[in-house]
Design a protein around this ligand. Structure first.
Ligand code: F0G
Length: 466
């Protein structure tokens, strides 16, 4: 066991070996970029962003050990040694029998749901991430979010706000019948619900319930190490158990998982799909060959597999996890002290501002989250992402009416090992200026949008107050 820290400051447990310059821009320049991008931050060029908190996915810094491993990459088409090292790391940590590499998480999702889901099926999850939902719906199935009620209330304090609501899950199984539910998912941590963890007790209870009805349990494992660290910090009985062992126990309750290694794999690209079932693995590999590649590389280079193998082990380092969770908490507490309503308590990879509570003058269908994101960019070059009605609003194509999303959040996601504390202090100063002028922030309307995953490409314009 490491010694308990004697000093209050949690330092970045690494030194900087390579740097990438970032560029200051003026408010006038950023206003021009916003107009050119039709107020969609996905369309702003990265060189015009100062602090990019759009996502923690694929944006982290790799370690010198990972860069060294990249040189070992074996690029053989079939049976590469790099695949063996990758497979060994995944099996040791997650414990599943079959490991299928994919180029990122959504490729694993597409293959999983193509094999397991039929039209008319229902897939429950604590909260589906947007690509997970889109992949379920693309099969003609329904994606249902059954997180506990506390998980839908930004202000409520609960140590495991990502937990599955077991009563709702059982009611669903009874209502539609287990035959219509090809699998149940648990997203750890629950990204779209605020990066909140799921407890070991809830994982176990979900498994027990699903066993009763013969429904398989799959994890969306993107942020598995952060979830495990929260279990260590918050769940009685786990304080003296290593994060590695907690992870092994979590996944022992699953039948498989999808993983985007761009998060807790500490790499810039990659993912995998795991299952314990040989027959499913065979069908999944057939699909993999069709679009991703041979089963020992799955759309990745051998060097990518090497970097993942090292990253999956590095992410379990508890000095790293202490720093990671402390950085997020520092940002969350700073924003709270300024008066920002945020999803409480701070999650693992990101802070979520409750834009509905912050900007009561903007109706949900004038997108308060989008409005706040735009303002943070305009004021200080900070890029964030709306997780609200732009991302999750539902349009009824028959009537042309739109139902808002469940919450109006703005996510400030922290790339792993990328920013220092002074970057976060700067974000807080910008946030203060935006907070002080929040009454003047306008709502937005959509002028053009695609039929699905609209947040990536929709165009907006400010709604002029009359
Ligand atoms: N599941 C969760 C919970 C995610 O957060 C993501 C990606 C995916 C699946 C898909 O993985 O991007 O590798 O295909 N989340 C990123 C984000 C994009 O910004 O939260 P992917």
């Amino acid at each position: 066991m490491p010694e308990k820290p004697r000093f209050r400051t949690v330092i970045e447990p690494f030194i900087i070996k390579s740097v990438q310059p970032i560029r200051m821009t003026s408010v006038a320049e950023r206003e021009k970029y916003l107009k050119e991008a039709h107020y969609n931050l996905f369309k702003i060029e990265a060189q015009n962003v100062l602090i990019d908190l759009l996502t923690d996915s694929g944006t982290g810094a790799m370690s010198s050990e990972q860069w060294a491993a990249i040189m070992r990459g074996d690029e053989s088409y079939a049976g590469s040694v790099s695949y063996q090292r990758f497979e060994k790391a995944v099996k040791e940590i997650f414990g599943f029998t079959h490991v299928i590499p994919t180029h990122q998480g959504r490729a694993a999702e597409r293959i999983l749901f193509s094999v397991m889901c039929r039209a008319g099926d229902v897939v429950p999850n604590n909260t589906h991430f947007d690509t997970t939902r889109a992949n379920v719906e693309f099969r003609g199935a329904q994606a249902l979010d059954l997180v506990i009620d506390e998980g839908r209330d930004p202000a409520s304090i609960h140590p495991f706000k990502g937990n599955m609501d077991l009563e709702k899950l059982e009611a669903l199984i009874k209502r539609v019948g287990a035959g219509k539910i090809p699998l149940c998912m648990l997203t750890v941590t629950n990204n779209s619900g605020g990066g909140q963890p799921v407890s070991m007790a809830n994982i176990k209870a979900t498994r027990t319930l699903l066993n009763k009805y013969g429904v398989p349990l799959y994890f969306d494992a993107c942020r598995f190490a952060e979830n495990a660290y929260f279990i260590k910090l918050r769940e009685p009985g786990y304080e003296n158990i290593s994060v590695r062992e907690i992870v092994q126990e979590m996944f022992s309750f699953g039948d498989g998982c999808t993983m985007s290694a761009k998060k807790d794999g500490l790499v810039n690209i990659g993912g995998f799909l795991c299952t314990n079932e040989g027959d499913l693995a065979r069908q999944e590999k057939d699909l993999l060959i069709l679009t991703e590649g041979f089963p020992t590389y799955g759309g990745l280079a051998g060097r990518d597999l090497e970097a993942i193998a090292v990253g999956l082990n590095e992410v379990l380092n508890e000095d790293y996890l202490l720093y990671r969770i402390s950085e997020t908490k520092y940002l969350g507490e700073g924003l709270t002290n300024l008066g920002y309503p945020i999803v409480q308590p701070p999650g693992g990879h990101a802070i979520y501002i409750d834009a509905k509570a912050l900007l009561p003058q903007i109706q949900p269908l004038q997108y308060p989250g989008q409005a706040l994101s735009i303002e943070l960019y305009r004021a200080g070059g900070i890029r964030t992402v709306e997780i609200g009605s732009v991302m999750f609003g539902k349009i009824d194509h028959k009537t042309g009416t739109e139902a808002p999303g469940a919450m109006e959040l703005v996510r400030l996601a922290l790339p792993r090992r990328t920013h220092t504390q002074s970057h976060i202090d700067y974000v807080l100063e910008v946030a203060k200026e935006v907070f002080d002028t929040r009454d003047q922030i306008p709502g937005y309307r959509i002028t053009e949008q695609p039929p699905f995953l609209r947040h990536f490409t929709a165009k907006f314009e400010p709604v002029k107050s009359s």
